[in-house]
Design a protein around this ligand. Structure first.
Ligand SMILES: [Zn+2]
Length: 351
């Protein structure tokens, strides 16, 4: 199994036992690391551990529906902050709200399925964070990742989350984090593992339309499909009947190359060579992902991994798990493999 899926499974075992997991984002600019704990497993001991060992602010990541039901307003409507803090909370009629015991009580009260805004007061000593509707597939933040992870664990979606600081009160570096993980026997999970897990297992495709298309390269079936997160439309040109061992090309659309025949990239040539190759096969498929307009339209090294997830999901709908690939970069093959598609052979096109 893919390593990232294994890491998720290890984390799920810990979380279900009421243990913590360390969450990092390898691709973030800074070394932010957070301890996360299912809120349904909170205790004063866990809160005390977070305050003394992790030392960051103790927050409560909540799914947007829960924030809505508690009628918690955002602390700021500014889109500046990537983290959506709501007003801080305490349980109503609690002593000071600041002790570990009080904070655990506030969390238990807030996450109770029947909790109402009347059970809480603001401001307080627990800082709720509102996750996005689509979690990490929409916004790559620790709170989104924490809520997604609870959902994957089939637990209450609320999560206690606390940033880990080193002995000097600064962000931890990788070595310090590994030491922290070994010392306290807490597994480390990467946000990209959660993204990969969701892209692997969640049905994200919606087929919109199917029609026959007669082209200069012969007849194809053109499937239009959309992903449920961005609602963006993608296309699949299918030659013959799709079956295991068919020829596959994933082409990222390039307006300048494909349409205006720009000479500064090989996109048009790759597209035409691929369609030519497909026309000679009994079974083949070309995925065409129109690219959002960006400055570096032809810098294809930044292809989004989700394109491969979507292509893999569509292939699996046709019971295809092994393909011959026309590719420009090796990472295309690796991405397909990471979503459970075996690559029987690869033919290189000019990048
Ligand atoms: Zn191009």
């Amino acid at each position: 199994m893919e390593q990232s899926l294994e890491r998720i499974n290890t984390a799920l075992v810990s979380l279900r036992k009421g243990k913590m997991v360390i969450l990092v984002d390898e691709e973030a600019a800074n070394n932010e690391a957070h301890l996360i704990l299912p809120a349904e497993k909170v205790s004063s001991k866990a809160i005390n551990f977070m305050s003394t060992e992790a030392k960051g602010l103790i927050c409560l990541a909540l799914d947007p529906n829960k924030v809505e039901s508690l009628k918690l307003p955002l602390m700021s409507s500014s889109s500046h902050s990537k983290t959506a803090f709501t007003l801080s909370i305490d349980k109503k009629e609690i002593k000071t709200g600041s002790s570990a015991q009080d904070r655990a009580e506030t969390i238990k009260t807030a996450i109770h399925p029947k909790a109402s805004p009347h059970d809480l007061v603001t401001p307080g000593h627990i800082f709720p964070l509102k996750a996005s509707q689509n979690g990490v597939l929409e916004k790559r933040t620790p709170s989104d990742a924490a809520v997604d992870l609870m959902n994957i664990a089939k637990m209450d979606r609320s999560s206690v989350i606390c940033q880990i600081l080193n002995n000097d009160g600064e962000l931890t570096n990788q070595e310090e984090l590994k030491f922290f993980s070994r010392k306290h026997h807490i597994p480390i999970l990467n946000i990209k593992d959660i993204i990969h897990y969701r892209l692997y297992y969640e049905a994200l495709l919606e087929i919109k339309n199917e029609k026959q298309l007669d082209t200069a390269f012969g007849p194809f079936t053109c499937l239009t499909y959309a992903d449920k997160i961005t609602k963006n439309e993608h296309f699949a040109l299918i030659k013959g009947k799709i079956k295991n061992g068919c020829l596959l090309r994933i082409h990222q659309g390039c307006l300048e190359g494909d349409v205006f025949l720009s000479k500064s990239c090989h996109c048009k040539k790759n597209l035409h060579d691929s369609l030519n190759a497909l026309s000679k096969e009994n079974s083949g498929i070309l995925f065409y992902h129109p690219e959002p307009i960006t400055k570096d339209r032809c810098q294809h090294s930044n292809l989004k991994i989700s394109y491969y997830a979507l292509a893999s999901q569509l292939l699996k709908q046709f019971d295809v798990t092994a393909v011959h690939v026309l590719m420009t970069h090796l990472h295309e093959v690796n991405s397909l493999k990471s979503f459970g598609i075996s690559v029987l052979s690869k033919t290189k096109l000019e990048p």
